[in-house]
Design a protein around this ligand. Structure first.
Ligand SMILES: Cc1cc2nc3c(=O)[nH]c(=O)nc-3n(C[C@H](O)[C@H](O)[C@H](O)COP(=O)(O)OP(=O)(O)OC[C@H]3O[C@@H](n4cnc5c(N)ncnc54)[C@H](O)[C@@H]3O)c2cc1C
Length: 293
């Protein structure tokens, strides 16, 4: 049995949105296919009539500076993000996340847009983009709009975009708000040995440092809730403070009070995640802090 009836290869964002709208049955975008094709083959997905391949759209393959932002097109493979000098200079947490996704073969194909659109609360690229305060550009038949990254998610595996009508074009990462300060970011994760899928826990921190104080900070932890989690209470504790054991302990308490860790059948219990998050958070925070020296 065919997994789909029609396969479209648009070469512009407008054509892609039009192809979704014009499909004569259920339609979905496809990028690397590393999630979607497995789901279709293994019967975990409702039948699809039309797949709209986004990988032939040049605008969605761009990775470039645009004014005060770094733009990363949604179909840029995570391997390219891990190697590109621009991401190395401006989005270290994302480089580290992309370097850890799956193995080399999947990384050559899997895209950042697919990682985000799948809407899993601990997807590695997604957690890095959460800490980097990205915005997403969404295209629909009525045009394009930019939305805060976090508003893309409504629940585990559920995004706010209508995938049969809308596509994620790419992501804008702010890079120049704090040019007079030292900024840095870091991403790490805790994984089962030999693991190549989602982690037990991951964490990304972005911070701006002014001498010995944290001027501003963003912290993301996956899976810290049913959607990608920003530890805003811990951020409030750390903002404006000098780094010390006491301040860290207070921020960890705030993170634990705000997070709603999830139990995943194959990876870890919520209790275990609560138990180990402090070590991971400290490691990521310390690394970002030292990088901003
Ligand atoms: C062996 C293996 C290991 C993995 N390891 C990891 C890991 O360590 N960490 C991790 O985070 N993930 C991991 N994954 C998950 C997966 O590879 C990534 O999430 C990948 O980035 C998905 O991208 P894709 O381009 O292949 O998405 P696809 O499979 O093409 O699409 C996934 C979903 O997103 C939609 N979609 C894709 N692009 C867009 C777009 N631009 N706009 C709107 N909707 C879109 C599709 O319709 C589909 O519903 C792993 C997967 C495999 C198979």
């Amino acid at each position: 049995m065919n997994l789909w009836q029609e396969y479209k290869r648009p070469t512009s964002v407008a054509e892609a949105v039009q192809a979704l709208a014009a499909a004569s049955g259920p339609a979905l975008p496809i990028a690397g296919g590393t999630d979607l094709l497995l789901d279709l083959k293994q019967g975990r997905h409702t039948p699809i009539h039309t797949l709209v391949d986004l990988t032939f759209i040049p605008e969605m393959s761009a990775l470039e500076l645009r004014g005060d932002d770094l733009f990363i097109g949604a179909v840029v493979p995570v391997n390219r993000i891990a190697l590109d000098p621009l991401t190395g200079a401006h989005a270290q947490a994302l480089v580290e996340a992309c370097n850890l996704i799956a193995g080399p073969q999947v990384r050559n194909t899997a895209t950042l847009g697919g990682n985000v659109a799948h809407a899993l609360p601990a997807a590695d690229g997604t957690i890095a983009l959460t800490a980097l305060n990205a915005e997403a550009e969404i295209a629909s038949a009525t045009g394009t709009r930019r939305i805060p990254f976090i508003s893309l998610f409504t629940g585990p595996g559920k995004s706010s975009i209508e995938k049969n009508k809308e596509i994620i074009v790419g992501f804008y990462l702010p890079i120049s708000n704090f040019q007079s300060l030292k900024t840095a970011s870091c991403f790490k994760r805790i994984m089962r040995p030999q693991g190549v899928a989602l982690p037990i826990l991951n964490c990304a921190v972005w911070l701006a440092r002014e001498e010995n104080a944290i001027k501003d900070i963003r912290i993301a932890v996956g899976p810290g809730s049913s959607t990608p989690f920003r530890a805003t209470e811990a951020e409030n504790v750390l903002r404006g403070q000098a780094m010390s054991e006491t301040v860290f302990a207070a921020s960890l308490n705030s993170l634990l009070a705000q997070a709603k860790f999830r139990t995943s059948a194959r990876r870890a219990s919520a209790d275990y995640r609560r138990h180990i998050v402090g070590g991971l958070f400290k490691d990521v925070l310390d690394t970002a802090w030292k990088r901003a020296e």
